[in-house]
Design a protein around this ligand. Structure first.
Ligand code: G3P
Ligand code: CA
Length: 268
């Protein structure tokens, strides 16, 4: 028969082990917080202010969209024209970098953001690399021949060449993702899927992604428990987009997804 002191020590040890396991388990299942276009609910999307806000709100990653200017520079903007988010008009591809950076990308959201610029990808990296991860979306890459090469060059220049440097590249465009993966196979790839693409998550398609994809990222409105389970069973991680309100979070609670993209990265 052990004495009471020994029993107490054993009890404490067991309790400590149970608590540690619980903490590890909770951490494992807490999804990455990813700020959509920065913190698009609070600031003009895809601007330095928006990215700064997401960082301050505790985001783990910045989601951002890239396109290419006439002079071959990667710029961070969602649409292929500047019409919606600046005071200018025209296609991104018809501006040089200095021309596009002359536009005001903040006033449309609120006058307090007047003078905000469309940042180049390089400027975003200068400001935020090492502080937060990046979920980079190749937006309409078919409009921009060689955009995959440009992105790969930029990442290599900055030695973002291993999977642990917090870069994920995603797109709806599978061909573009394949090309990028050939150029820089160490960077994890995410394939975006929206409602019209339900068939894309068939078992057959999931199998065909295996050679180049790490994440299968469905739109929140199409997500259900079975789908997430199937994505996981095929060995992929998943990032859900885009949470805009608290109720959205309720819907995906307990699905054990790896990441959640939100306009309000502080929502919980
Ligand atoms: O992260 C996915 C999401 O950003 C895709 O939709 O239109 O906001 O670029 P969109
Ligand atoms: Ca995006």
């Amino acid at each position: 028969m052990r004495n009471p002191a020994t029993l107490l020590v054993i009890l404490f040890a067991l309790l400590f082990r149970a608590i540690t396991r619980l903490i590890v388990k909770t951490e494992q299942h807490s999804p990455l917080k990813i700020g959509h276009r920065g913190a698009a609910g609070y600031c003009p999307e895809n601007t330095i202010s928006s990215f700064q806000k997401a960082l301050e709100l505790g985001a783990d990653y910045l989601e951002l969209d890239i396109q290419m200017t006439k002079d071959g520079e990667l710029v961070v903007i969602h649409d292929s024209t500047v019409n919606r988010t600046t005071n200018g008009k025209g296609k991104v591809m018809d501006f040089t970098l200095p021309e596009i950076q002359n536009l005001d990308a903040g006033s449309w959201f609120h006058r307090k953001f007047a003078g905000e610029k469309i940042p180049s990808l390089s400027e975003v990296f200068d400001e935020f690399a090492g502080k937060i991860g990046f979920l980079i979306e190749l937006k309409k890459p078919s409009l921009y021949p060689l955009i995959e090469e440009k992105l790969a060059e930029e990442l290599m220049k900055r030695e973002f060449t291993t999977g642990d440097r917090q870069i994920i590249v995603q797109s709806f465009d599978r061909e573009s993702l394949k090309r990028f993966h050939e150029l820089l196979p160490s960077i994890p790839i995410g394939i975006l899927v929206r409602n019209a693409g339900l068939k894309m998550i068939s078992n057959k398609n999931l199998k065909s992604f295996a050679s180049y994809v790490s994440y299968v990222n469905p739109k929140i409105s199409m997500v259900n428990k079975r789908m997430i389970k199937r994505i996981h069973l095929h060995g992929f991680k998943t990032i859900i987009w885009t949470v805009k309100r608290k109720n959205d979070l309720k819907a995906i609670k307990n699905l054990h997804v790896e990441g959640i993209v939100s306009d309000f990265p502080d929502l919980s």
